[in-house]
Design a protein around this ligand. Structure first.
Ligand code: KG4
Ligand code: ZN
Length: 363
């Protein structure tokens, strides 16, 4: 993208309706506005995300969220040079709302439309100026969110190799389910973390999955969290309601400690074996302070550059979508030059939504 160009990004893949505007200035991105509307209160009484409610809520508020992002940037639709949107993976009804809006804007304004994978968006949150110095390649990215727990190796911009993933629950999902078992407010992740951090005690000890490291040339540093969750469920089942209430803090502390340990161990085992220069940690679970502290201590020990964006960039947002879109259209990968945004035909509206869109390399 050329200097002074303005890009609108939209994210509606799960339960956050988000829009952001970025401007290209001196070859760098500047985040001009970033608006996120969370739907937590609408899903709370169901104890989890209800896809139909999520889609309906996106349809109700997206227009206003885009308008607010434009207003905060002092811009209008006529100022836009491109529009980017997440087209997968995610909840299909939710994805459709964002993609339809992005297509309408692209068609009406005759500007390019850029499809972005939600996972690449999370990784590219680390390349926004607000996340500090950009990471160096080769890098290993840990994406830990409510829907995914992936380890992705990148040798350069747009080159992704998934070298680990969860075999069952995502880390955030495990936190959420554990929170529910302990009767904590929704979503369970932040609530459980707050409770766990309120004590200095180590808490109840929980097992973590003992998955053997891959034998070369295999590259699969997988995770598994369901055993830890089942151990907590069993523990809770054996206690009376009063006992659970009494032990809640110790159970939360032990559970957080087990999940964090599993994430840190696997991630550093892969990072060291793959000899990466940087480690990028993103997704909602990267907000977890205990995880941030343990990753920092380990990274200092083994001298790997650690990049964890601020919490507001770790949970779902559209700024990360803009960052991925910008790099996608400007990157020169070894497979060839990326397509300059303004050369993508504005009438190419054949962007499909895919609820299980795989992470593919660019070029
Ligand atoms: O990336 P994200 O906003 O949405 C998805 O793409 O899933 O991640 C949301 C997840 C939820 O499971 C939430 O409980 C978890 O991130 N989360 C946390 C913390 N803050 C958010 N998990 C543990 N500790 C936290 N502080
Ligand atoms: Zn996400």
């Amino acid at each position: 993208m050329a200097d002074k160009e303005l890009l609108l990004a939209i994210e509606t893949s799960c339960d956050e309706t988000a829009a952001a505007l970025v401007k290209v200035e001196a070859g760098r991105l500047r985040l001009v506005s970033n608006v996120v509307a969370t739907q937590h209160e609408f899903h709370e009484r169901f104890g989890g995300i209800v896809p139909e409610i999520a889609a309906r809520r996106h349809a109700e508020v997206l227009q206003a969220i885009i308008a607010e992002a434009l207003e905060r940037a002092g811009a209008g639709f006529a100022d836009l040079n491109a529009v980017a949107v997440v087209n997968g993976p995610g909840l299909i009804g939710s994805l459709v709302v964002g993609v339809a809006a992005a297509k309408a804007i692209a068609l009406a304004r005759e500007i390019p439309l850029i499809g972005v994978n939600h996972l690449e968006a999370h990784i590219y949150s680390a390349f926004l100026p607000e996340a500090g110095e950009p990471p160096n390649f080769p890098l290993l990215a840990l994406i830990a969110s409510g829907g995914h727990t992936h380890l992705v190796l990148m040798s350069e911009h747009g080159r992704f190799e998934v070298v680990g993933r969860t075999r069952d629950d995502a880390a955030g999902e495990a936190f959420d389910k554990a929170g529910k078992l302990l009767g904590l407010e929704y979503p369970g992740g932040p609530a459980l973390a707050a409770l766990a951090d309120s004590t200095k005690e180590t808490g109840v000890e929980f097992p973590i999955a003992d998955i053997q490291p891959p034998k070369p040339p295999q590259r699969a540093w997988d995770f598994s969290f369901s055993g830890t969750k089942t151990a907590l469920a069993r523990h809770v089942r054996e206690l009376s309601v009063e006992q659970v209430e009494k032990q809640k803090t110790a159970l939360a502390a032990g559970f957080q400690s087990a999940v964090v340990r599993a994430l840190v161990e696997r991630t550093f085992s892969a990072a060291e074996e793959l000899e990466v220069e940087s480690l990028v940690v993103v997704g909602g679970v990267a907000c977890n302070q205990r995880l941030r502290d343990e990753l920092s201590a380990r990274a200092r020990e083994v001298r790997i550059g650690l990049h964890i964006p601020p919490p507001w960039l770790c949970t779902d947002n559209a700024a990360m979508v803009a960052s991925a879109a910008y790099h996608k259209v400007t990157a020169k990968t070894s497979a060839g030059a990326g397509t300059p945004a303004l050369q993508v035909p504005p009438d190419r509206l054949d962007l499909d939504c895919d609820s299980s869109l795989p992470l593919r390399s660019w070029g």
